[in-house]
Design a protein around this ligand. Sequence first.
Ligand code: SF4
Length: 365
Amino acid sequence: MALTHVQEYRDAALAKQWIAAIRELNIGSMRIMEVCGTHTMSIFRNGIPAVLPKAIELISGPGCPVCVTAQKDMDGFVSLARQKEVILTTFGDLMRVPGSGSTLQQEKASGWDVRIVYSVFDALSIASDNPQREVIFCAVGFETTIPTIAAAILMAEAQGLNNFSIHCAHKLTPPALNALLERPDVNVDAFLLPGHVSVITGMEGYREVFGRHPLPSVIAGFEPVDILRAIHMVLRQKEAATPLLENGYERAVSETGNPKARAIMWKVFDGTDAVWRGIGLIPHSGLVLKERYHRFDALKKLGIHLEDTPEPPGCACGEILMGLKRPDGCPLYGNRCTPMHPVGPCMVSSEGTCAAYYKYAVSNQ
Ligand code: SF4
């Protein structure tokens, strides 16, 4: 069943072949974590849990960049929005994520200048058009996004743009996998590894994690056939009792990924420990601007110090991001917390597990 063209990955007949192949393997129970919010959405949208044997459980991991952004950083974005002569620019997903007392959407409604952009380069253009004002970009995202943000910093430097800065809440994926697997309460048998992130990291980005924790691990694409095929690949590994790191997204991911993109990223940023929402501090899982680029650090530039702030009482986002709970295990799910009135980011983000579950799960389970 070699796959070559995008349409094939949505082909119902081909999907049925993979479902049949999965059902032929009788390997007992298995908990497979997808480590990407786009996978989560695709899995729910395509009703994949309903066609798998009951013993195969798909659980969501910390793969939604908005969902893993610490409350402290959300509060930081709100603080920055409230500064005089600031234009705060952000991707749309962050607008409705609750901070401790407000959201960016509420700040915008209150009159502060918060603008949705589709690319960090839009923020650079706004900075160029508004030289008297500080234009700040809310930098969230994983390896997929980070090189572009780094390129924007280099471009701002080259253009002499002195009124552009970022608040960096970027996260790195492999250290989070290590941290998850080192927790005694986390119960994961296999990983579907994130396709987009892997375009940048390559297979080699996971070798250290796999060496420490050799679980069946397959990099997966995002179409239903991609996901079914990747599930079949991890099941085959379990059947053979031979955990492997395999590439199921060959049309986009190579062994070495995109070294140029990583070089740009490491030119601008240094690694640091970072707090993940609900999970806590994970060593070497975040980024800070290198000293040479401190003038692009919004908090430093405006002299703002952030305090740790507690997460919303009762919100189980952290447990959901570690596969310890399903959304309907959160006492607030569907009553106090809905997409219209979200309590935590997992219900807001277009890649959030609670949002996906709310939108699709009832009809798919
Ligand atoms: Fe948090 Fe709402 Fe999800 Fe509960 S349902 S974990 S409160 S986002």
